[in-house]
Design a protein around this ligand. Sequence first.
Ligand code: PMP
Length: 395
Amino acid sequence: MHNKFAKRACSIKSSDMRIILTAGERPELISFAGGLPAPELFPIEALKTASEAVLTEEGAASLQYSATEGYLPLRQAIAGRMEAIGIPATLDQLMITSGSQQAIDLTGRLLLDEGDTIICESPTYLAAINAFKTYDANFVEVEMDEDGMIMEILEKRLMENPHAKFIYTIPDFQNPSGRTLSLERRKRMIKLAKQYDMIILEDNPYGAIRFSGTPIPPIKQFDTDGRVIYLSTFSKIFAPGLRLGWICADTVFIEKYIGLKESADMHSDGFAQRLTAKYMEQNDIDAHIETIKEVYKERCAVMIDCIEQFFPKSVSFVKPEGGLFLWVELPESMDARKISLKLLESNVAVIPGAAFFAGNAQTNTLRLNFSNTPEERIKEGMKRMGEVLQRELNE
Ligand code: PMP
């Protein structure tokens, strides 16, 4: 039957990453591989109350078909949150999506013809690479340093690729590198995007999870001519299983997105939308986000302490100021993929960083997730990892 598949389906492969992620289901395994929030922080009791209220007050409406652009009170609540981060948005500039993953996919449908070029960070979010690949996109990578995408290199790439469709960036606590684009570079990126008439796709699921340092305004705050499409999600601040994200963009984009979403899934889960809106009406979601930040801050600090204590001194890492991930660079001679398979024998799962490069992979890198593992297990897993790394280095 393989010969019946469309070309786009042929590029979908079972990856090392899937092997490692499914291994994560074994209870004896300590997994730093996924990107899951801490499940013990999901506000289950509050959601019981909220769901009871939704079903009692508006049960039929919550189970009926509804508007593609999303449930109005939820969009109003999101507009309030956008305003608070310096992005005033009218309701027709907001559309609810089924997670920001759907927003990424719809952006591919909206902007990409076969062979179109995307300018992206190196490394970048794997599931975005995969989504854009199904639209036959080419990727041009821009190297990063500790302040995110390097603007001189971005400018060079723009000069070389004046017909690229958009710049894809994850400016805050990037997945996978944990890096944050500096304020100065955000302003410069906007200037360059104007100069080269480029759209910016700002994918920002982690901005609200800053646990240290000073907040930096989103790129969209500097957008004066509607060229930034901003994506965010409830996945990291609330519950990923509800699959709710949003797009904030100029109405010319939103009108098209609505048309595309209608043929993808009609609308996002109506009950989940009302449940989320009700939760926010009955509870202080910002207080909930504060709790998440405190827990992740501590877990990240424990992980960093362990790197310093157990890892060979030749290993370096990016210290994130928020988000869910820590990026590790092994000595250049080391192959992180080999290490990740060795680690599985010690019941520790990590993702080799090479998976996150759209082109030139840095094979000595690893992504570690700290949000999903309690502190004692982080210590144990990092100790085991340190032993494997020391052993490999001495061989
Ligand atoms: N963008 C980035 C950078 C992500 O890391 C993720 C999920 N980990 C997503 C988008 C998609 O998230 P969701 O669909 O759950 O909103």
